[in-house]
Write a protein that binds this ligand. Structure first.
Ligand SMILES: [Zn+2]
Length: 424
């Protein structure tokens, strides 16, 4: 990097904004600190000589070049700090070869790197054949209202990438559906509850026993349940909703117990929890369709369901309709897929491979990143395989050497994309 001292100074300033989503005010839809971070970032871009757009503090855009559009998107909002920090969270700290601070890798560090790389491209003599449209998000961590707003104000490029995922480069993300069905009526129980959010495997569930006699007939201890007053409780293990096999769903032992107490819920268990409809048989190179019943809300069981492209809603529905009860599927995010060996993915992959000893391959993801803002979107770094940056945790950090490597990869990617020719 040309001016590392200045870069670290700017990074320290950017990290110092406490840009956790805050109270909405007329000119700060996500709170004052988020708006201030955005203004600092766009001011910096203007000082670098770029044209910028502020979408009413919902987000921003930095534009460079002429030609076929390529989008870039990341974000300046951060998650709350939580507890357990050994350093000042809202500042840049260097310690023992590490850079530390909230947002250092998610996503302020990569964002500032991208801005500096774009400046290096502008200042070079390399001819830019494409138009970079660098979107600055402000609400990635909570509701993506920034993207919604920007999409209402302007068009979005077809191709793009987001420095807010993993290296080497993702070419696909599964679609996200919310599959819902009514909780059955029970004879001896009522008020089944459990789960906290849709996208996490339910780690705690409970049901109220209305007929205590059943407790004498079938031993709930054998099902790993505990009794608290008239409530039977079940504990599981949480995991991300896109990877239910990594967790242990707390609903299942509870429902199994209720079934053995004579409740007519065998179909409910068999389809939702034991995949009787066979959704997981729909499998391709990106993996299987997954379905995780994670949350009870308003009398319904809501499942986090992930569908790898090119499977579609139709494929999912043809499975779900096999159940003898009513099930609905509501699309939350469409599946995305970019040509795995096309020019766009290859250009990003080559930039990564140039700087890594182990050659990488394009990956697919079950989780969703800002890459899906683009019809053909890739998540591209900043996390390296086998490195833990403690994103969303205390002491978020990166090795300084990895950070600088990330910078060089982004720089090479921008320079190479700048000379890309049609068709992508
Ligand atoms: Zn992020």
């Amino acid at each position: 990097m040309k001016d590392l001292k200045q870069f670290y100074e700017d990074l320290n300033t950017l990290l110092s904004f406490k840009s956790v989503k805050g109270e909405k005010s007329p000119d700060a839809p996500f709170g004052k600190e988020v708006a201030a971070a955005l203004r600092f970032f766009l001011d910096k871009a203007e000082k670098f000589g770029f044209q910028t757009i502020n979408y009413d503090n919902y987000g921003g855009e930095i534009v460079f070049g002429e030609g076929r559009e390529i989008g870039i998107i990341g974000h300046l909002d951060v998650v709350p700090i939580g507890t357990g920090w050994n350093y000042e969270p809202f500042a840049l700290t260097k310690d023992d070869g590490y850079l530390i601070g909230r947002g250092i890798y998610d996503d302020k560090g990569p964002m500032l790197s991208m801005l500096y790389c774009l400046k290096e491209l502008k200042d070079s003599n390399v001819k830019c054949n494409v138009k970079f449209r660098f979107f600055v998000g402000c609400d990635e961590e909570t509701g993506w209202q920034d993207v919604e707003y920007i999409k209402r104000k302007t068009s979005i490029p077809e191709y793009g990438f987001s420095p807010d995922g993993n290296f080497p480069v993702s070419y696909a993300e599964k679609g996200v559906f919310y599959v819902k069905t009514k909780i059955p009526e029970f004879k001896n129980f009522k008020d089944l509850q459990g789960g906290t959010v849709i996208n996490a495997v339910c780690d705690s569930a409970q049901v109220t026993v209305t007929n205590k006699k059943v407790l004498d007939k079938v031993d709930y201890n054998k099902y790993g349940l505990t009794l608290d007053g008239d409530k039977l409780q079940s504990k599981g293990v949480a995991a991300h909703g896109s990877a239910p096999h990594l967790g242990k769903n707390a609903f299942l032992p509870l429902l199994n117990y209720m079934s053995s107490c004579g409740e007519d819920i065998k179909d409910f268990i068999d389809y939702l929890f034991l995949d009787k409809w066979g959704v997981s048989e729909l499998e391709n190179e990106q993996g299987k369709i997954t379905l995780s019943p994670d949350l009870v809300k308003n009398g319904e069981m809501i499942c986090d369901c992930r569908v790898p492209a090119p499977f579609t809603e139709k494929d999912l529905l043809s499975c779900l309709k096999k159940a003898p009860f009513k099930v609905t599927a509501e699309m939350h995010h469409e599946p995305v897929m970019v040509l795995k060996d096309g020019q766009f993915v290859n250009t990003l992959l080559n930039a990564y491979n140039e700087y890594s000893t182990v050659k990488g391959k394009p990956i697919s993801m079950g989780g969703s990143t800002f890459a899906r803002v683009f019809e053909k979107g890739c998540a591209f770094g900043p996390e390296f395989p086998d490195e833990n940056n403690h994103i969303h945790e205390a002491n978020e950090r990166t090795k300084e050497s990895s950070f600088l490597k990330m910078y060089e990869i982004y720089k090479k990617a921008l320079f190479d994309l700048a000379s890309m020719k049609e068709p992508f």
